[in-house]
Every structure is written in structure tokens, then in C-alpha cells.
Design a protein around this ligand. Structure first.
Ligand code: NAD
Length: 389
């Protein structure tokens, strides 16, 4: 009888895992069920673009059914509530699914570090719906400014200067002046502020590239407040550790991520930020038939630091899990997770980026932007979405 493989989450890790497993197996060997909250796959690496209206939802999502086509993967649109390891059963909001093999690829959620008011009064950028909310809010601020001339409507704060924060700031720096012209708002009244707790933006990234990014963004009017944590948010006010406050109606929080709670709640071993501990084959600790991949898990790289929660790592975890599920079914040796790291590129807005590619290569400007664009198209080709999106 065919083994039942249930894959929870159709993000980078889950979708690639389903597609790879489909390639490796026959319908007689496995039944693959892919569960996802929405009927589309999100290109999370591009969300900064719809957040400012530079792109639309259709540009950063791909219909799951169009990717799956006639493949032997059954798609179930539902929300995961809990996992019962002992009964080998997943409870969804509208259904229950039993499994022989389970893949948990449910991603991450925003980490608020317990900062008062942050969750209640800030926007986040982890889904296309959240990106849409940011865009609508920014437009509302600009549209309504001329009615009450409230300056806090024209002050935009991004909390956190990791890759998400910087890519968003770059996009905002390009789009805010255009939106100001569109809504007849004085450009010089617009303030774009990026607050970062660490002593530098893009902490840990190549310092030469960081300096280039900072200069480029400052030249477009971005004000950086670094070495200064956000400590509280109230409606219309962002409080900094220095005691200073910023009057702003827009706080967008990109200060970090943590694992999805359902993983720990279902009894899997997790580290303090809610990410599951896994073995070298990406299986949940002490489990032989459950894989936890993507942002939901925690894996130490050979340098002793955790692999970052990136699309690049997630897709490779998806491939590795597929191979190892197949190997488990066939009782052959499993493959250790050993990703190929291709570097990282952060876009700085339209047609500009910085990239650290491999050990020594660096790219800046339009070239780096093209590298980032090319990696998006490579990924779309991989999931078979290039002609369908
Ligand atoms: P992150 O954790 O990398 O960055 C969060 C930043 O917020 C940090 O610099 C941190 O110092 C800062 N911060 C935390 N608390 C703060 C506070 N109280 N006040 C001010 N600043 C505070 O999170 P991210 O940027 O969402 O990135 C998550 C992962 O996704 C990373 O691994 C990143 O590399 C990856 N990513 C990659 C790309 C890309 O490759 N282009 C794009 C987006 C994200």
C-alpha cells in the first residue's frame, strides 16, 4: 500500500519537498498531501515590493494548483491546529489527516521580544496580506495628510535593520517621494527612519558592503538610528532606549523571527526561540518519521552558528527531506544536510543591491540587483512556475 506523506506548509521548504518527493517516487509508493493556509505560494523574499505598491500581489504569489498541475500531490487548503505524534495524526481546522511520514514546514512568526505595545501597534512584513496592509496604510497616511497636516502621518519608522528591514527601507526610499507627488504632499516633510539595536545596520554582513548600502540609503533621505533599541510603542509614538521618542503613525517591525508555536505545542523539542531541534537528516529529535524544515527548525552550521532562516537554506532543506523520506521508505542510508551556500544579496530599492557571493566575490549596484533577480527566476523555474505566474 502507498505510504502517506503529509507536508504541512507550502512555503519554500514544504513546496520544494513535495515537488522533489513527487519526482523521486511513484503513485504506487506514496500518496503526497500538501497542506497550506492559502491557495497560493508566496515569494516572501519579494514582499518589500508590494508593501510599497511597487509590485502587486499577483507578482509575488503563485497559485499552488497551477504549480501542482497533474502531479500526484493532493493539495488541501486548511490551517494546522495540532500534531499528535503518537497517533500519527494532524488536526486541521476543518479536517484530520493521518500520516506515515510527516514534514513540518510551517515557517516562522514575528519575534516581539516582549516589547510593550510592539505587537499591538506595529505592522509586520511576513506575508503578502501584511504587505498589502502596509501599502494601504501608507497610502491612507499620505492621502489624508492634507486634511489635518499631522506630521506623524509623514514619519515612517522601520524597526530592525536586518535584511528584511533594509530591503523595505530601500523600497520605501524610492517610493515615498513618488507617492508624495501623487498625493500632493510636500516631499521634504517626509521622514524615513530606520532604528537598529546593534551598532551597525545589517549586523554581521560584510562591512564594506554595509557602508555602501548605508551611503546609498542616506543619499535618498533615510535616517539611521543605530545602537538604539526600540523599547516601547504606543499609538503614534515609538520609544527608544535613549529616552527619545519618535512621533509616527507608522511603525513597521522587522526585528526578528521565531518558530511557529504549533511545533512546541505539539511536543517537539525546541530551542528558546521556538524552533525545533532536528538531527543531521532534518528529522525532529527522537522521531524517525517526522521532518521539520525551513524556518520552523534550528540547525547549527559547521561554524557553530545556526543556519539563517532564508529561502536559499529552506529550499535545500526541502530537497534533503524529500531524499531522506524516500531513503527511509527504501531502507537505504540517509543523507546528511549539507547545504551549498551561494551568498546573500540585499536589494536597496529599484535596481540597486549589495551582494556577498561566495568567500571573496562582492557585487554592488545594478549587477547585484540582477543577481538577486536571477535567483528569483531560477527559483521560479525550479518550482515550474515561470510560465504560470
Ligand atoms: P534579523 O533577525 O536578521 O534582523 C532583525 C534586526 O532587528 C537585527 O539587526 C536586530 O539587531 C534588530 N533588532 C532586534 N531588536 C531590536 C530592537 N528592540 N530595536 C531595534 N532593532 C532591533 O531579521 P530579518 O531581517 O527579518 O531576517 C530574518 C532572516 O531572513 C535572516 O536570516 C535574513 O538574512 C533573512 N533574509 C534574507 C533576505 C535576503 O537574502 N535578501 C531578505 C530578508 C530576510
Amino acid at each position: 500500500m502507498a505510504k502517506k506523506v503529509v507536508i504541512l506548509g507550502a512555503g519554500y521548504a514544504g513546496l520544494v519537498c513535495a515537488l522533489e518527493l513527487n519526482k523521486l517516487t511513484t503513485a504506487q509508493e506514496v500518496e503526497i498531501i500538501l497542506v497550506n493556509k492559502h491557495d497560493y505560494h508566496q515569494l516572501v523574499t519579494q514582499l518589500h515590493e508590494p508593501a510599497v505598491g511597487a509590485k502587486e500581489q499577483k507578482d509575488v504569489t503563485v497559485s499552488i494548483n497551477s504549480i501542482l498541475g497533474a502531479k500526484k500531490i493532493k493539495f488541501v487548503q486548511d490551517v494546522v491546529v495540532s500534531i499528535d505524534k503518537a497517533a500519527q495524526e494532524v488536526t486541521l481546522e476543518h479536517n484530520k489527516l493521518s500520516y506515515d511520514y510527516l514534514v513540518v514546514a510551517l515557517g516562522s512568526e514575528t519575534e516581539y521580544f516582549g516589547i510593550p505595545g510592539l505587537k499591538e501597534y506595529s505592522f509586520t512584513l511576513k506575508s503578502v496580506n501584511q504587505a498589502n496592509r502596509i501599502r494601504e496604510h501608507i497610502e491612507d497616511c499620505l492621502k489624508s495628510y492634507n486634511q489635518d497636516k499631522k506630521d506623524s502621518k509623514l514619519t515612517f519608522v522601520v524597526g530592525g535593520a536586518g535584511f528584511t528591514g533594509i530591503e523595505l527601507v530601500g523600497e520605501l526610499a524610492d517610493m515615498l517621494p513618488k507617492l508624495a507627488a501623487q498625493y500632493n504632499v510636500p516631499k521634504d516633510k517626509i521622514k524615513l527612519i530606520n532604528v537598529e539595536a546593534a551598532p551597525m545596520i545589517l549586523p554581521g554582513f560584510d562591512e564594506e558592503l554595509v557602508a555602501i548600502a548605508k551611503k546609498s540609503l542616506e543619499a535618498r533621505g533615510v535616517k539611521f538610528i543605530i545602537g538604539t533599541p526600540v523599547v516601547q510603542v504606543e499609538p503614534g509614538v515609538v520609544h527608544l532606549k535613549t529616552g527619545d521618542t519618535i512621533s509616527s503613525d507608522t511603525m513597521i517591525w522587522t526585528g526578528g523571527v521565531r518558530g511557529i508555536p504549533v511545533v512546541a505545542e505539539s511536543g517537539f523539542q525546541t530551542e528558546p526561540r521556538g524552533r525545533a531541534k532536528v538531527d543531521e537528516y532534518m528529522r525532529a529529535l527522537d522521531e524517525k518519521n517526522v521532518w521539520i524544515i525551513g524556518d520552523s527548525c534550528f540547525v547549527l552550521a559547521p561554524n557553530g552558528r545556526p543556519y539563517p532562516p532564508t529561502a536559499q537554506i529552506s529550499t535545500q532543506m526541502g530537497e534533503n527531506a524529500a531524499v531522506n523520506i524516500y531513503s527511509s521508505m527504501k531502507h537505504i542510508k540517509l543523507e546528511k544536510f549539507n547545504p551549498v551556500l551561494l551568498g546573500a544579496v540585499a536589494s536597496l530599492g529599484r535596481k540597486e543591491a549589495i551582494g556577498s557571493l561566495g568567500k571573496k566575490m562582492k557585487a554592488t549596484g545594478w549587477l547585484a540587483y540582477r543577481v538577486k533577480d536571477a535567483s528569483k527566476y531560477r527559483y521560479l523555474a525550479k518550482i515550474g512556475a515561470l510560465l504560470k505566474s
